[in-house]
Design a protein around this ligand. Structure first.
Ligand code: KIV
Ligand code: ZN
Length: 522
């Protein structure tokens, strides 16, 4: 008998991107969408087009790129939202309109100030309109898990009758528990006419740390689509983590008797890409993609592993795309060896990106004897941010000594080979370098976050720096990687300065994850 399929609906670019500090630029969103397509997700929820012109533009660009999965956009139950979503997604060969309205008593009374019947009317009207524009329409009763069961069944019945092809049941505030959620799905299966003709979906938040468990319980109760995000990013404590739920279904396939179409060997590279772009680092002990997920420290475990890996390992690192090896590259390694290692690590670069990454690798190999997989990943993940200008960092000189201010001198080269040099003093080498960069370029920024992580092992490991700054009411994020963390920081800061200047030149319209300009990251 053929095994039933679970659809994976990825909302990293909508619910994930909406979380504070997770917003992405259009270029970054396209990079993530391409990675999601390579992972073979069924649906990409690309954004909430009505939230801002930037959101509309990025959903449209993802739809136009036609990477393969169904491209979906979110709308409230009104004509303006629905028409905007349709305009944004229609270029994708397969597209979906996702409409939602809250149904719980607390949302009805305090947020919507609407009666039960009005909500049903509004949902039915919205779904009917969406169906006139598109054959694929998803409906979500927001805060479904806190909605009276009888009323929820009524809303869902009306939604199906109006033409919804997928009905999604969100645990919006992460309140439910597995046994209860399983019962809720079974109740809907039993009491809603026509439910077997639509795809039943689940959407969980992780406020009580049960998003994955609740999603799996929903599957046991009849759900056949799971909404999730890479690394579980999302509002508050986040959403159901894609890599965890997919590997649970795969590893326990004899229990669930279900499968997904996900290429699990793409999980780790995709997780690294999203964490590098958003600056939301994955905890070391995070299931599936954390640094320690496959590390065995205890002697007794190591002994068992040496006898037979399955004593302590329920999944193989290669199954999730961790193909790390002890293989080390160095300054004598050629383009061929570099390119092979890049593809073994699960990255696909075009010729232009390969050339840029190889140049960076050569520079690094000159400074660092052994170049590990982590170093190569850091180069690749920063290849997008190897700044296209207008300013390039020619040199950085920093002096620091105990009890005194640090001083920094930067030399920058402009687009017409013009040079500018400035010096500044600051509390430490980072502050001094950042100030020198601001003086040299005439751009004032307010630093909000400075994060540094080690890309590989050893004293000469590269530091990966992410800076988040505020300028003109907008947030900008920049990345840099270098064996010298002060230089990595300066590169990240200069990337931000360049973005500010390019934006000034083009007078681009800012994007925003949820319609709030202060949340936008450029
Ligand atoms: O959490 C939620 O309820 C949502 C809906 C819009 C699906 O994100
Ligand atoms: Zn959500």
């Amino acid at each position: 008998m053929p095994v039933e399929q679970i659809r994976i609906f990825d909302t990293t670019l909508r619910d994930g991107e909406q979380a504070p500090g997770c917003s992405m630029t259009l270029r970054e969103k396209l990079r993530v969408a391409k990675a999601l397509a390579e992972l073979n997700v069924d649906v990409i929820e690309a954004g909430f087009p009505v939230a801002s012109p930037g959101d509309f533009e990025s959903v449209q660009a993802i739809a136009e790129a036609n990477f393969g999965p169904i491209i979906c956009g979110l709308a409230r139950c009104n004509a303006g939202d629905i028409e905007k979503v349709h305009a944004a997604v229609k270029a994708a060969q397969r597209h979906r309109i996702h409409v939602f309205v809250a149904t719980s008593q607390i949302h009805r009374e305090y947020k919507l100030k609407m009666a039960k019947e009005e909500i049903i009317k509004s949902a039915v009207g919205a779904i009917s309109l969406a169906r006139e524009l598109c054959d694929d329409v998803e409906f979500s009763p927001e805060d479904a898990s806190r909605t009276e069961l009888g009323y929820l069944a009524e809303v869902v019945s009306a939604a199906i009758e109006a033409g919804a092809t997928t009905v999604n049941v969100p645990d919006t505030v992460g309140y439910t528990v597995p046994a209860e959620f399983d019962q809720l799905f079974r109740y809907l299966k039993k009491h809603v006419t026509g439910i077997d003709d639509v795809t039943l979906s689940v959407h969980c938040h992780d406020d009580l740390g049960m998003a994955v468990a609740n999603s799996l319980a929903a599957v046991a109760g009849g759900a056949r689509q799971i909404e999730c995000t890479i690394n579980g990013i999302g509002e508050r404590a986040g959403n159901c983590s894609l890599e965890e739920v997919v590997m649970a279904l795969k590893t326990r396939s004899e229990f669930f008797e279900l499968e997904t179409g996900i290429d699990t060997t793409r999980l780790y590279p995709t997780s690294r890409l999203v964490s590098s772009i958003t600056g939301m680092h994955v905890p070391r002990n995070k299931a599936i993609v954390g640094e320690n997920a496959f590390a065995h420290e205890a002697g007794i475990h190591q002994h068992g592993m040496l006898q037979h890996a399955s004593t302590y390992e329920i999944m193989r690192p290669v199954d999730v795309g961790i193909s790390r090896s002890n293989l080390v590259l160095g300054k004598h390694s050629g383009r061929h060896a570099f390119r092979d290692r890049v593809s073994e690590l699960g990255f696909e670069l075009d010729d232009f990106e390969t050339n840029r990454a190889f140049q960076e690798f050569k520079k690094l190999a000159d400074r660092k004897k052994d170049v590990y997989d982590g170093d190569i990943e850091a180069i690749i993940l920063n290849v997008d941010s190897l700044s296209p200008g207008p300013w390039l960092l020619q040199s950085l000189d920093v002096t620091t000594s105990t009890g005194k201010d640090a001083s920094a001198t930067v030399v920058l080269v402009g687009e017409s080979d013009n040079q500018v040099s400035q010096s500044a003093e600051g509390d430490g080498p980072i502050a001094a370098s950042f100030l020198a960069l601001e003086k040299a370029t005439g751009v004032d920024l307010t630093l909000q976050k400075f994060e540094v992580h080690s890309a590989s092992i050893g004293e000469d490991a590269q530091g990966e720096v992410t800076v988040t700054v505020e300028h003109d009411g907008l947030n900008f994020r920049g990345h840099g990687a270098n064996v010298d963390i002060v230089e990595a920081g300066a590169r990240a800061y200069l990337e931000v300065i360049n973005r500010v200047l390019r934006r000034r030149d083009s007078n681009a319209v800012p994007r925003s994850g949820s319609g709030d300009a202060s949340h936008a990251t450029i």
